[in-house]
Design a protein around this ligand. Sequence first.
Ligand code: DAH
Length: 317
Amino acid sequence: MLKDNIKNAKSVQELQDLYTATFGKNGTMTAKLKEMKNLDNDARAALNAENSELRELFKSRQTELENAAMMAALAEQKLDVSLNAEPENRGTLHPVTQSFKEAVAIFESMGYTLWTGPEIEDDWHNFTALNTPDYHPARDMQDTFFLKNGNVMRTQTSAIQIRAMEKLGAPIKIFAIGNCYRKELDATHSAMFDQLEGLYIDKVEKNINLSDLLGTMRVFASKFFNQDVDLRIRPSYFPFTDPSIEVDMKWGDKWLELLCGGMVHPNVLRNCGIDPDKYQGFAFGFGWDRLAMLKYGLNDIRAFTDSDIRWLKNTGF
Ligand code: DAH
């Protein structure tokens, strides 16, 4: 009877109760075992055998029940690996970075070397060496962030051409992109923006001139925008180029400003230890964010720095 009950116990708890009723302080077997000393040898042997058999039964039923419980739990927690996994969202390159990578490939294919410079600039590289001395009215063109020690947040990547010429001398053919800073903020101006700068200087015998600049820009723009481009030039003024021009590109039925540039001013060459009687060349600068906006059909420059992933997704990046 007890043996059947043990074998049929339906849960660990039920088995536990049976065990207590059998081997607990007031258990039936406990009572019998206490009387062992009064039994003859045969009866003792029989009781011992019963004792062992019952304990074995309890043990094996316990194992059975525990295994069953484990199997039930496993069945319940089974992983359904056939479920469709959530697609993994991969990050993408920022539009400015992406367009810059394309520009790097194009300029490198034309023999330009990528150059770089610091975002905190000294007065010499940002202004003075660029033929823009202290008293020069062109300093008013830019609302500059001045630091307490007299340095500035770089207002133009033109500072990089000075650093490159100081280091490499001439001939030189470099381009650079970097953050620039000015106190302006609206839909088409950002206090931090990117410029792309280029510089090509060689011996005067090579006669590098404005039509070379225009040809270079035509090659660049047609590759960058993947289409034939119509360019026109307008006279302009920059202290570091003479003559200075602005280049527009036909976009639909409008002319849009593409870049500024000109023949590098002799004073700038001289400031970098290059003899303007021996060397000449051109420089150019793009407002890079605007170029990226144009390429990708965007209309608010501030979106570039908002880090709004929904915007970046909607623009196809
Ligand atoms: N640095 C000028 C600006 O910020 C752009 C520029 C004009 C760069 C003429 C040049 C250049 O290299 O030759 O507006």
